[in-house]
Design a binder for this molecule. Structure first.
Ligand SMILES: [Zn+2]
Length: 224
């Protein structure tokens, strides 16, 4: 489900297309490439090209170190390509002490970059899952968000990937993921609407089949 929480009509948004792409890619948890990576120098040269494209001079004093900084920042922005969700979720605990309800993490901070414009979209992720016999450390769930957020993404794909990774890694009875985010490609360019939050959800298993669980999740997520 995709809802646009806004005051205006935004027809420029191609949400339906994005949603379909997301569904196609939902099972692919890697979205990495086997292409050879450019070396540091080549990457810095590419940044200089973009600076010239923007209309400035890469040899100007204030910009001299910029390519180096940008390339370094990219390592951090996109470190998700070097992380493996399966591995992160592999250390689980079997002793849940009779606990038999859903586990929920609300308001996990999320910073990502949209794959269409390579500009940030920033927001919050709410995750719940129904344990089967295994649970995982709560910090691991937050790391899963980073693993997928620190890549070139669509919000729809990321929502599906987080749910799929948790289901696969923990063999859950179902999971629920909700992301609310503001896309800078919408606030800084194109339709220039800065107050619009895009909300995406993904429900699997018990959350998909049982309305009560879904409602509880939505209520808890909305109370943030
Ligand atoms: Zn975009």
């Amino acid at each position: 489900m995709t809802i646009l929480k806004d005051k205006t009509d935004i027809d420029a948004l191609d949400i339906e297309t994005q949603k379909k792409t997301a569904e196609l890619k939902a099972i692919d948890l890697k979205n990495t490439s086997n292409l050879p990576r450019p070396n540091q120098q080549e990457a810095e040269e590419a940044v200089r090209t973009l600076i010239r494209w923007a209309g400035d001079d890469p040899a100007r004093e204030g910009l001299l170190e910029t390519p180096k900084r940008v390339v370094k920042a990219y390592k951090e922005f996109f470190k998700g390509y070097t992380e493996n969700a399966e591995e992160i979720l592999s250390r689980t605990f079997n002793d849940v002490g009779g606990y038999d309800d859903m586990v929920m993490l609300r308001g996990i901070e999320m910073h990502s970059h949209c794959e269409h414009h390579m500009v940030p979209f920033i927001g919050k992720v709410h995750i719940a899952y129904m344990p089967n016999e295994k649970v995982v450390g709560l910090s691991k769930l937050a790391r899963i968000v980073d693993t997928f957020a620190r890549r070139l993404q669509t919000q729809e794909t990321m929502t599906a990937q987080i749910a799929s990774a948790i289901d696969a890694g923990l063999n859950t009875k179902g999971s629920a993921v909700m992301i609310e985010a503001v896309h800078q490609c919408m606030s800084m360019r194109g339709v220039q609407k800065s107050d619009v939050a895009t909300i995406t959800t993904r429900f699997t298993g018990i959350f998909k089949d049982d309305r009560d669980y879904r409602d509880r999740f939505m209520r808890l997520a909305g109370n943030e």
